[in-house]
Ligand binder design. Structure first.
Ligand SMILES: Cc1ncc(COP(=O)(O)O)c(C=O)c1O
Length: 397
């Protein structure tokens, strides 16, 4: 099918909720993708932090294919070995707790939202702790509960109201504001350890550590949204490790199974016990192929050399991009951690994203002015140099 025909069919048959680049992608390998005309691009979007091991990572693909032809789906009315095997492997890398499997980040957010409410209602005598504190600039998903926790107005929320009324938004990084927002009805705080869609905002260690202490002191659950930061993206398996805190609830998705849809909510045992039969469910959650792929992905992501590559390449990119700042006045700030990097411009970034794509580099723009770099975790220095060279030329360095 020709590119123009594919675009025509998309216009005719698909809802119009995505602002797409005029590119039809047909195949990928490691950090590269090819379009229908055979043009090669360096992919520094990685399916928005999903293809952490790069495109077409054979060990994960093989595990999924093998499981598909053995047993693809049976529902959670039964037990399967891949599900418990993966659950054990993942919890072993975290701290004591239990998992609920689903299929996306928004679903993991919903699971956490339901769990903290039910847990607080079972725990406190006044039975009235239903409020959640979330942060301005946050993003937790597009379903109604997750959207209600998302601290970004504009097109994300406009026209979809009313949102859940029991959510209070405070500035990201402002511990005092959290303290002031807490009251007798607060049951949880939800935090992205690095805000992704909000513009790659990295908080101070003292803020995250202080928040963890504040939540413990007030018997409030702290939900870490690691949907974007998890699975090696920041140079550790989970971003919470940088801050030396052990969150009671962690939500995950995106990079878990290197392209196979999957979501997970982790909760420590005393909170997880509030989910009893019938309280929550997902038809596809924890399917055998997803778990088989995720197990192989986890083994690969936790290889020390891979995580070291994330840290080294991340530092190198920060250094190089910061260097560009000196000669380019439109480049306002470079920030990030590991291979989650944002370049804030003084002007809207969409034009630059298009120019980079024309020159063979895929990037995306968040929060209007922040160009985001999310290459696969096994990206090479050669690929990074090539990408920075393209970006620099487009910037006019
Ligand atoms: C931090 C965070 N949480 C939740 C989500 C929602 O995930 P999904 O699109 O899989 O529902 C995203 C997606 O970008 C995210 O970045």
């Amino acid at each position: 099918m020709e590119t123009k025909d594919i675009k025509g069919l998309a216009t005719k048959y698909l809802t119009r909720n995505y602002g797409r680049q005029p590119i039809v992608l047909v195949k990928g390998r490691r950090s590269s993708v090819w379009d229908a005309e055979g043009k090669k691009y360096l992919d520094f979007v990685s399916g928005i932090a999903v293809m952490n091991l790069g495109h077409n990572f054979a060990p994960v693909n093989k595990a999924i294919q093998k499981q598909m032809s053995t047993l693809a789906h049976v529902s959670n009315l039964y037990y399967t070995e891949p599900q418990v095997e993966y659950a054990q492997a993942l919890v072993d890398k975290m701290h004591k707790g239990k998992l609920f499997f689903c299929n996306s980040g928004a679903e993991a957010t919903e699971a956490a939202l339901k769990l903290v409410r039910r847990h607080s209602i079972e725990t406190f005598e006044d039975k009235a702790r239903t409020e959640i504190i979330a942060f301005k600039g946050s993003f937790h998903g597009r379903t109604m509960g997750a959207l209600s926790l998302t601290g970004q107005d504009g097109i994300k929320k406009e026209g979809f109201g009313p949102m859940l009324s029991s959510v209070k938004f405070v500035p990201y990084g402002d511990l005092e504001a959290v303290e002031k927002a807490i009251n007798k009805k607060t049951c949880a705080v939800i935090l992205e350890p690095v805000q992704g869609e909000g513009g790659v905002n990295v908080p101070k260690h003292s803020f995250v550590q202080g928040l963890a202490k504040l939540c413990t002191a007030n018997k409030i659950q702290l939900i870490f949204d690691e949907v974007q930061t998890g699975f090696g993206r920041t140079g550790k398996l989970f971003a919470f490790e940088h801050f030396r805190v052990k969150p009671g609830i962690v939500i995950m998705a995106k990079g878990i199974a290197n392209g196979y849809p999957m979501g997970v909510m982790f909760a420590k045992d005393d909170v997880a016990k509030s989910f009893v039969p019938g309280t929550h469910a997902s038809t596809f959650g924890g399917s055998p192929p997803a778990c088989a792929g995720a197990l192989v992905a986890l083994e690969e992501i936790t290889r020390p050399e891979l995580l070291e590559n994330v840290r080294t390449m991340g530092r190198y990119m920060l250094l190089k991009l910061t260097g560009m700042k000196r000669s380019v006045p439109t480049l306002k700030q470079v920030r990030g951690i590991g291979l989650m990097i944002g370049v804030e411009l003084g002007i809207p970034g969409e034009k630059m994203v298009k120019e980079c794509a024309n020159a063979g580099l895929l990037l995306n723009c968040v929060n209007e002015k922040v160009i985001r770099f999310l290459p696969p975790l096994n990206v090479t220095k050669q690929e990074v140099d090539k990408a920075l060279n393209i970006f620099g030329k487009v910037l006019g360095v």
